[in-house]
Design a protein around this ligand. Structure first.
Ligand code: SAH
Length: 239
């Protein structure tokens, strides 16, 4: 069973959205397990102090190294990746999610306040992971995003209907547009919008070509960074 352990000051936030839908069903079926451990349990005084003012001054509070380290030592399992949710971390990716899903599980440290004492990151060799170039008020939502990405990649979680193979990022391209019935739909302004003719043509080869063209076009326009890094581009460079 793939294990996720979150170290957090707000364990009651879990499983939250991960208790529903695909991830929730997999949780109930013991495809994965989720444990949210309260960092405050490892406080060393009777007030339950977990944070302190930063050396050097400045705004906000910092999670104490002694408390956080004791928490990590108590829950870390051999072979488990140790992640720290952090806006200055490496951008989390589908590729990293796939690797993590292959392993025994993850420990996710959720920061709060200004962040955590740098020495804990060093001492435990925590892998700093960011879910995007924006600042959240805590690591919990970021940790849930990482867990959700990994869990849907575990064997048996996604059925054939939700197959991951053609999804965004899997081969360096974004997804093609989707359409469903009715074939003609009048939007709020009354304009009739018809689905692209090729999709109702019944010609599978043409549909596949159209979808690939759409994926390339959308990726090139919206994400020039992905477009430049796509595997096909690298192959051309090597030639
Ligand atoms: N002072 C920090 C922000 C702290 S936000 C800075 O300027 O970088 C508080 C906590 O929320 C962080 O410790 C981290 O665990 C989490 N967090 C905030 N934004 C995040 C992001 N984009 N990705 C992952 N975790 C994030």
């Amino acid at each position: 069973m793939w294990r996720a352990t979150a170290l957090t000051l707000f364990p009651e936030m879990f499983p939250g959205p991960l208790g529903e839908s695909l991830a929730g069903k997999a949780l109930r079926e013991s495809v994965w397990s989720l444990e949210a451990v309260d960092i405050r349990r490892f406080a060393r005084d009777r007030h339950g102090t977990v944070d302190d003012a930063p050396f050097g001054g400045g705004a906000g509070m910092v999670l104490k190294p002694d408390v956080l380290s004791a928490a990590i030592e108590a829950v870390a399992q051999p072979g488990m990746a140790k992640l720290l949710m952090s806006p200055r971390g490496a951008p989390f990716s589908q590729a990293r999610g796939r690797e993590l899903a292959k392993g025994p599980g993850v420990l996710l440290v959720c920061g709060r306040f200004e962040g955590v004492d740098e020495r804990v990151i060093e001492a435990h060799a925590l892998e700093e992971v960011s879910v995007g170039d924006f600042v959240l008020s805590g690591g919990e939502i970021a940790a849930m995003a990482v867990m959700d990405c990994c869990v849907r990649l575990l064997p048996g979680v996604m059925g054939a209907a939700e197959s991951a193979s053609e999804e965004s990022f899997e081969d360096g391209l974004l997804e093609y547009p989707h359409y469903t019935r009715p074939a003609t739909w009048a939007g709020p302004d009354g304009t009739e919008r018809r689905v692209p003719e090729v999709l109702v043509s019944g010609h599978h080869g043409k549909v596949a070509d159209w979808r690939m063209k759409q994926r390339e076009e959308i990726t090139r326009r919206r994400r020039p960074d992905l477009w430049a890094r796509r595997p096909a581009a690298k192959m051309n460079e090597e030639k």
